[in-house]
Design a protein around this ligand. Sequence first.
Ligand code: GAR
Length: 193
Amino acid sequence: MPSNIVILISGSGSNMTAIVRAAAARRWQARFGARVAAVLSNRPEAAGLALAREQGIATGVVDHKAFGSREAFDTALAAAIDAHAPSLVVLAGFMRILTPGFVAHYAGRLVNIHPSLLPAFPGLNTHQRAIDAGCKVAGATVHEVTAELDHGPILAQAVVPVLPEDTAATLAERVLSQEHRLYPQAIEHWLAR
Ligand code: GAR
């Protein structure tokens, strides 16, 4: 049974790129019948869209600014996703809060990466908050998405040190490089279940 993966992005798409590379390098199609079928963004200017197109992947935009409510946006987004009949929907730097109805529709097949060691620091500005709290380690979490923001069951985590001279930017860079290893690994684990 083919396993279509749809990836949602809002920005640079570096996690998406890492997943697309892993899919090829680790032969997800041959091993799991899995392929990245589409990359969708809520922002037309998301740099990751061009990167996806360069890889020959279908892309689409559902611009949240064109909708009057979260429900209307999520309904249109779900229609765009479902056109690709996904068995897994991957949030990769997708910066929108999703409605409970959307999350329920994808129950058990919706995952996210968050740049903190959840349950610490859900929400935004995770790296500055970790520095301000005096954390000695930081990291990233891959988790199933549930209705409560950044709170679903944890699938995988990566830990990095927080160094005395760190700024939010240097810490973000260290965490992001681990995200690129962690997220493909967690997805492969999900596919192999
Ligand atoms: C990543 O650090 C990801 O963990 C974070 O946005 C960045 C996206 O980078 N996600 C969130 O903050 C979700 N709340 P990318 O577009 O280069 O993959």
